[in-house]
Design a protein around this ligand. Structure first.
Ligand code: SAH
Length: 229
């Protein structure tokens, strides 16, 4: 998978992709993340990428030309499955959506800022819009990093233990069961006995029950029951 992120603030993303699992994924050649500075596509002499809103009102709007230039250049180099715009009013990101997208080859992610981008960018250049939740952040960089991380960790070989992504929350429509490690007892707080029994089938059964109970309590919507939110 190759992800090209277009941003007016590339330094916000550098450290995230140059560390931990995402760095290893790139070193192993399993994923490529390229961060592009939108300002380098600006033909304005001050390298501006935004302008005042027509009709007045507060906040600047990101203008079409630099975004158009960046996307056109990337598309001339290779084919893309989607040109995504991170936006609070986009499709809400969830695990099934991440799973479906994880088999894609090349993606462009556009990060907005200020009041967002000129609507014509969304109409003519973007193929899909994604939100990471019903709240507003000051830029699309964190959402782009969230989406990239969720996608890249699903690529086979990226996580050390091949099965661990499958046992995470939401993968089987349930949240994850509780996990414990040493010490077996800490100031009177004990680990559930079944986990110390060595009985694999019982442990599996207990974990499944815990997942179902937790899902009922915390995410009843996943079980098709009435969700609070
Ligand atoms: N005026 C816009 C908000 C702009 S926030 C509105 O009310 O919808 C600035 C940028 O941050 C957006 O262009 C988008 O790229 C990003 N952003 C903010 N919150 C986001 C969220 N929940 N999901 C995805 N992107 C978000």
């Amino acid at each position: 998978m190759r992800i090209d992120i277009i941003t007016a603030l590339p330094s916000l993303l550098d450290s995230y992709f140059n560390d931990s699992i995402l760095r290893r994924a790139q070193q192993k050649g399993l994923a490529e993340v390229h961060i592009h500075d939108l300002r380098s596509f600006s033909e304005d002499k001050h390298k501006r990428v935004d302008d005042y809103p027509f009709g007045g009102g507060a906040g600047m709007v990101m203008s079409i030309p630099p975004i158009h230039k960046a996307i056109t250049w990337l598309k001339s180099e290779r084919d893309y499955d989607e040109v995504l715009y991170m936006s609070p009013d986009g499709e809400l990101l969830d695990q099934p959506m991440v799973n479906r997208m994880s088999s894609m080859g090349n993606l462009i992610l556009l990060c907005g800022h200020y009041k967002g981008v000129d609507e014509r960018v969304r109409e003519h250049l973007i193929t899909r819009e994604i939100s990471i939740g019903n709240y507003v952040l000051s830029g699309g960089e964190l959402p782009a990093a969230v989406l990239s991380d969720a996608l890249i960790r699903l690529i086979p070989g990226v996580l050390g233990d091949e099965t661990s992504a499958l046992s995470d929350s939401f993968q089987d429509g349930l949240v994850a069961p509780p996990a414990y490690t040493r010490p077996e007892e800490f100031s009177g707080w004990k680990v559930p006995e079944v986990l110390m029994s060595g009985h694999a089938a019982k442990i599996q059964e207990w974990r499944h029950q815990q997942s179902v109970e937790r899902t009922r309590e915390r995410r009843p919507g996943l079980l098709g029951e009435n969700d609070q939110g």
